[in-house]
Design a protein around this ligand. Structure first.
Ligand SMILES: [Zn+2]
Length: 340
């Protein structure tokens, strides 16, 4: 095993052999959903390229000069750029640093690496600053972009990168890994966690945290209670106040999507591994019309956009809107049973 996580092994083998056959471009785009191990993958690959061990080790040796400098965060041929604050964008000044960095030749070997995390958050000036480098890459430069949403990158940036998609995985490998982790639950529960995390194992671990998982368990019943008037939106918002807004929106959207699948008779995600519909979902599928669900999906996506784009709106207010939106969507489009 050489990749940092077992599900990334095929991508690791492809990238390492491309590098050994000198088929690596000057820029790599490591793209895939959040919680899939992209950053660990990028760092492990950078470490391998900077390792000075003899031969062709499958992973960085961990004890040569290059590996020790890398582990200490002091390697002069590695620059790691990430948003200064969690959830914020990479700033244009951070991208401008790259110019100075690449102006110097590599210190030790022939490669000089920059890793840009959350590259999809760059604004247009940052992207344009990066584009200049991508158009005329210095000799020996390797720029690795990590992005959850590659479609948000400037097309001109995207087209200059070698694409390395990191979102394909055998669900059975993901489930095996989750079951081997400390504090793992049984297979049906881990499978449900994987579905909640849209197939991202690291995200599944985060959502399984003791303060988060019970709230997510209660979400489908709460949606049903609000839709039938048994629970007021404000009371629901208070009940789920401990859930970060991002998780709340994503989980509501995920449930809507699964209810829509149930309504059409389509299999739920990961059904091939034996996942069953969570309790309460069928009740929502029976009670709600597809148009009501689609209406809410649009409103919830609007809340996501508002959260990203605004510094003044408070998460607590947006969460309350979300529950009012749900109530309104569920109350709208009254239909009789025959139309459902
Ligand atoms: Zn080494």
């Amino acid at each position: 095993m050489s990749a940092p996580y077992p599900w990334l092994e095929p991508a690791w083998q492809r990238l390492v052999s491309a590098s050994r056959q000198a088929r690596l471009g000057h820029a790599l785009l490591l793209a895939g959903r959040a919680g899939f191990g992209k950053r660990a993958f990028a760092r492990a690959f950078a470490a391998l390229l900077l390792c000075e061990a003899d031969g062709a080790p499958p992973v960085a040796c961990g004890h040569c000069r290059g590996c020790e400098l890398f582990a200490a965060g002091n390697h002069p041929d590695f620059l790691h750029i990430a948003p200064l604050e969690e959830g914020k964008a990479v700033a244009v000044d951070q991208i401008r640093e790259l110019g100075d960095y690449f102006a110097l030749r590599p210190h030790y070997r022939t490669t000089k690496i920059a890793l840009i995390e959350a590259a999809d958050t760059m604004n247009r000036s940052a992207a344009n600053a990066l584009l200049k480098l991508l158009e005329e890459p210095p000799a020996g430069a390797l720029i690795m972009l990590v992005a959850d949403r590659p479609s948000a990158l400037l097309p001109t940036v995207r087209s200059r990168c070698q694409q390395t998609p990191l979102d394909q995985a055998d669900p059975a490998v993901l489930l095996d890994w989750l079951l081997a982790q400390e504090g793992a639950a049984d297979a049906p529960r881990e499978l449900e966690g994987l579905a909640r995390a849209a197939g991202s194992p690291l995200q599944a671990r985060a959502l399984a945290a003791p303060q988060v998982a019970p709230l997510i368990d209660g979400l489908a019943p709460a949606l049903a209670a609000v839709s039938t008037g048994r629970l007021a939106p404000l009371a629901a918002a208070a009940q789920f106040a401990a859930l970060p807004l991002d998780i709340l929106v994503d989980q509501m959207l995920r449930l809507c999507h699964e209810v829509l699948l149930l309504k059409t008779g389509a299999p739920l995600p990961l059904a091939a591994l034996g996942r069953e519909a969570p309790p309460g979902l069928q009740g929502l599928a029976d009670a709600l019309h597809s148009a009501q669900l689609s209406d809410f999906v649009q409103k919830a996506q609007e809340v996501k956009r508002l959260k990203l784009g605004s510094v003044t709106l408070r998460e607590v207010d947006l969460a309350e809107w979300l529950w009012f939106d749900w109530q309104a969507s569920a109350a709208g489009h009254p239909v009789d049973a025959a139309q459902r």
